[in-house]
Write a protein that binds this ligand. Structure first.
Ligand SMILES: [Zn+2]
Length: 268
């Protein structure tokens, strides 16, 4: 099926991969045809592959030329990507993560490092069910937060991310409402989600969706995303007028955008 779709005789290839020779290493280039695209588009994805969009009527030869003309840009972006601090795959005791823009270290929580030896109870050896319940509380802490984990030696990331998401779900929607009230806007619904590649979005029906990872960004950055989406309630585009309005409600928005660019790895 997939093979036919990619290489079948009747349809032109939907996508193909070639390798570009750029420094510091050859770069896989994915060529993707998109009949709805109006021009050639080049993008370096966070996974380190380049992607060029071929518009309707375009050819892979022209796409290739287009990419080669922008090889210096790709090299620069690749170097920037590689110099970014990488998010470690697993989180363990000692891992540093961001909370509200500050780096915080994951540490053993209270009781977590107590070595316990069970002595005899008044009725002799052998744990009661009550002892079992109290003996299993293992916690880790980071930046004033305390998280219960089943095994502090395992990857702590699922438990901690779950906790961060809970914090975000509690804190972000009230903040959006507060900002909306300040600027006389009405938002119908706010959801906190786990988007892969965006910090927030606004639907035509007036629902604002925010990425829970905003709890990891400084408040000014998280506010910028909330305001950006709120302004979309008035303008569903990124026109100069939209950006003027963003600047009016969030004068430092360029700094926030810069921070997000520097920390795009958070979304990976
Ligand atoms: Zn937008």
């Amino acid at each position: 099926m997939l093979f036919e779709r990619l290489f079948g005789p009747r349809t032109p290839p939907a996508s193909s991969v070639v390798h570009l020779s750029v420094r510091p290493q050859p770069l896989p280039l994915l060529m993707v045809r998109n009949p709805r695209a109006r021009r050639y588009l080049l993008r370096l994805r966070p996974d380190g592959t380049a992607r060029v969009t071929i518009p309707r009527g375009g050819t892979s030869a022209v796409a290739r030329q287009f990419v080669e003309r922008h090889a210096a840009w790709l090299e620069r972006e690749l170097q920037r990507l590689q110099s970014q601090p990488r998010k470690p795959a697993a989180w363990t005791i000692g891992t540093e993560i961001l909370l509200r823009g500050d780096p915080v270290r994951i540490e053993v929580g209270p009781n977590g490092d107590d070595k316990e030896i069970e002595g005899p109870s008044s009725s002799g050896y052998g744990a009661t069910s009550e002892d079992d319940a109290t003996g299993e509380a293992e916690t880790v802490r980071f930046g004033g937060e305390l998280v219960r984990v089943s095994d502090p030696v395992a990857d702590l990331r699922p438990a901690i991310e779950g906790h961060l998401r809970k914090l975000a779900t509690r804190e972000l929607p009230p903040r959006v409402l507060e900002l909306a009230a300040q600027h006389g806007l009405t938002v119908r619904r706010i959801t906190v989600r786990s988007q892969k590649s965006r910090w927030g979005s606004c639907s035509r029906r007036g629902t604002i969706s925010l990425n829970w990872r905003l709890i990891q960004t400084p408040a000014s950055v998280s506010d910028y995303i909330c305001l950006h989406e709120l302004v979309h309630l008035r303008q569903m585009n990124h026109s100069p007028g939209f950006w003027r309005e963003v600047e009016r409600v969030c004068p430092d928005y360029r700094m926030a955008k810069h921070w997000l660019k520097e920390h795009s790895g958070l979304l990976r």
